[in-house]
Design a protein around this ligand. Structure first.
Ligand code: NBP
Length: 469
């Protein structure tokens, strides 16, 4: 039997579409899934007459692969990955490659990397973004781990990744868990952007009392400007969809409880561990959590009624400010994510090239946006930049739009419409550009109750005061 170039374990949404994508680029693929009926259905329908081989036991799957074997795991993140690694390791030979393409937690990837490498095998923790459509037509691929393994799979990855005028949306990102770390931060930024867009929608709906059709037109218009991005595009599309049952806009009949799978929370947790502020992203995680308390929210909405006055506002002016506010908040979401990546790269010795990260995010992934071109060019010129707020290129853009963000938030607070991510963005900007913060008082309090000491503004040294003496 002719052996396959690559094997994929996990025939759910991502595994199936990646198998079809890779096959369409001229590679042969073997597939396996825990539940055989899923594999069978795939091979009889979507994979019919394609260079894809179905296998129904792990040993047949392993035997069906060209050496060094390349095995891509596309199973649910967590225990399933460990289960398959343990199952396949004894069947593999030195130099064979295991690739985890799921949304694994980067610390799990570090642990698995060591287990696999200790057995003479190579490991790649690889973030893949783009959802169902991206997996089929060209995702953004974020590989990290053993560089020798990457060199073996590079031709497959590069050919099935999304392509932009800046090249394929795939590059080797660094050792160990670098790929999954970058994917985690990608998802963190995604949380921020989604929440910012949702807040703009909420302000248009509650503050300006706009219809869904009007809101759709605004998002559509914004998408053709500097705000152009995949999330802006799909948001505009979402507003056009009518519900089959009620003929209302579908978005209006969807329950307002946002779910999450953990990548946003991990981003915030890691940022706290590394001491990097990412308040826009963390506010977006919190906003999803607050939304989940639906019944309490309903009770509290009665208990603390919102003022529903007819506020006087210049609609056109507000929308123009809102567009700029949305843009600066999005910029700040990327700025915080990139800051975290820079710190993580230093701390974990990933050696991540941030301009390459911005380049590969330009296509295939959920956070692709025009803005990434600017970010890529800034890092190309200045690879060591710790925080994009320090870049000359964004200075004017941020400064001018911050004025409009402030105006939007003043209205939002008068209307009593929550804007957690947008408010967090402005606070981040205001705090970061302020040379004197009230942290002197915090230090005094710490020294008062805990003798934690402080430094002075006028002389070197560490000081302690007996405050009650
Ligand atoms: P899911 O995350 O829904 O996982 C389904 C797959 O995991 C099936 O093959 C299932 O086998 C297998 N599986 C499960 Br569930 N528990 C298992 C266990 N205990 N032992 C062995 N296999 C088990 O699939 P997906 O949505 O295709 O995503 C795959 C990976 O890609 C995930 O890590 C996901 O986070 C990531 N990802 C998904 C998307 C997306 O848009 N869906 C985008 C980007 C990344 P079964 O058929 O036998 O139940």
């Amino acid at each position: 039997m002719q052996k396959s170039d690559i094997g994929i374990i996990g025939m759910a949404v991502m595994g199936q579409n990646l198998a079809l994508n890779i096959e369409s680029r001229g590679f042969s693929v073997a597939v396996y899934n825990r539940t055989g009926s899923r594999t069978k259905e795939f091979i009889q329908k979507r994979a019919k007459n394609k260079n894809i081989v179905a296998t129904y036991s792990i040993s047949d799957f392993v035997k069906s692969l060209v050496r060094p074997r390349k095995i891509l795991l596309m199973v649910k993140a967590g225990e399933a990955v460990d289960i398959f690694i343990e199952k396949i390791i004894p069947l593999l030979d030195e130099g064979d490659i295991i690739i985890d393409g799921g949304n694994s937690y980067f610390k799990d990837t570090e642990r698995r990397y060591k287990i696999v490498e200790n057995r003479g095998l190579l490991y790649l923790g690889t973030g893949i973004s783009g959802g169902e459509y991206g997996a089929l037509y060209g995702p953004c691929i974020m590989p990290g781990g053993d560089k020798r393994a990457y060199q073996q799979v590079e031709d497959i990855f590069i050919s099935c990744a999304a392509q932009t005028e800046d090249g394929p949306c795939c590059t080797y990102l660094g050792p160990s868990s670098a790929g999954h770390y970058v994917k985690m931060v990608h998802n963190g930024i995604e949380y921020g952007l989604m929440q910012i867009i949702a807040e703009c929608y909420h302000l248009m709906k509650l503050g300006l009392k706009m219809s869904i059709d009007e809101i759709q037109q605004i998002f559509n218009q914004w998408n053709s400007t500097e705000l152009g991005s995949y999330l802006m595009e799909i948001t505009s599309d979402i507003f056009t969809k009518k519900d089959d049952l009620t003929d209302k806009p579908l978005v209006e009949v969807i329950l307002d409880k946002a779910e999450q799978k953990g990548t946003g929370k991990w981003t915030s947790q890691s940022a706290l561990d590394l001491g990097i502020p990412i308040p826009t992203i963390t506010a977006a995680v919190d906003a999803r959590i607050i939304s989940s308390f639906k019944s309490e929210r309903a009770t509290l909405a009665e208990r603390f009624k919102r003022e529903k006055k007819n506020w006087k506002v210049d609609k056109e002016k507000f929308l123009s400010n809102l567009k700029n506010a949305c843009y600066i908040c999005m910029i700040l979401s990327y700025i915080q994510g990139m800051h975290l990546l820079a710190a993580a790269s230093d701390n974990f010795n990933y050696g991540v090239d941030l301009s390459e990260v911005a380049r590969i995010w330009k296509g295939g992934c959920i956070i692709r946006a025009k803005l990434l071109d600017i970010i890529k060019n800034i890092y190309r010129k200045n690879p060591g930049l710790s925080n994009l707020l320090l870049s000359d290129e964004l200075r004017e853009t941020i400064f001018r739009r911050s004025v409009d963000l402030r105006k939007v938030l003043i209205e939002a607070k008068t209307w009593e419409v929550p804007t957690p991510a947008m408010s967090a963005s402005l606070n981040y900007y205001d705090a970061y550009r302020m040379d004197t913060l009230p942290a002197n008082l915090i230090q005094a309090q710490r020294d008062y109750f805990g003798a934690h000491t402080y430094q002075r503004v006028d002389r070197e040294g560490i000081f302690h005061t007996s405050w009650q003496a």
